[in-house]
Design a protein around this ligand. Sequence first.
Ligand code: PRP
Ligand code: URA
Length: 205
Amino acid sequence: MALHVVDHPLAHSLLTALRDKSTPPPLFRVLSKRLALVICVEATRSLATERVEVETPIRATAGQRLASTFVAVPILRAGLGMLEAITELIPEVLVGYIGLERDHATFEPSLYYSKLPPLQGRTVLLLDPMLATGGSAAAAATALFGAGAESVSLISVVSAPEGVRHLESAHPSVEIYTAALDEGLNDHAYIVPGLGDFGDRLFGT
Ligand code: PRP
Ligand code: URA
């Protein structure tokens, strides 16, 4: 597994605003999408392209286009805050959904929804802004590989070392793209310093 911590001034300033507890949900939504755009540009750096001819108003020239269809899968709810970034960057992306909820006492995820397009041989960008214990991302990756995904990259906003280790031992091939590797987890399995409950801050709950 490779951990990619995105080192970009835009990522740093957007993440700082997301961490700020005074950022209200309407602004939190806008900033989440912007930060997801920056992370996704990094995460798609190695996608294969194929050569095509294009006619400019002046003459024909060589260009490139994405060589294969790939799939974005947000983990409900919080991953929804990152989805529009992908569909705007790559309108032809296929979208699936996985619903997972962490138990407040055991921190174990339970699957309550899954709707996936055909994944056989495809690359999946898994969208989940918080990699805390890693249980949710690992369960989602298990479901994606079980459905035939060829490769999975996780797009996260904040990651904890515990989550990175968990995901690495469960699914060593998964690449993680994140804006920050934080200190660790508190007794409630929240990321420290983190940004709180991403889903609650995104949806105002
Ligand atoms: C949050 C977050 C991740 C998960 C991360 O979801 O969005 O999916 O926790 O924690 P983990 O790494 O310890 O599994 P939550 O279960 O709170 O659901 P929500 O997005 O619907 O609020
Ligand atoms: N889920 C969140 O939304 N935040 C955390 O810090 C951990 C899990």
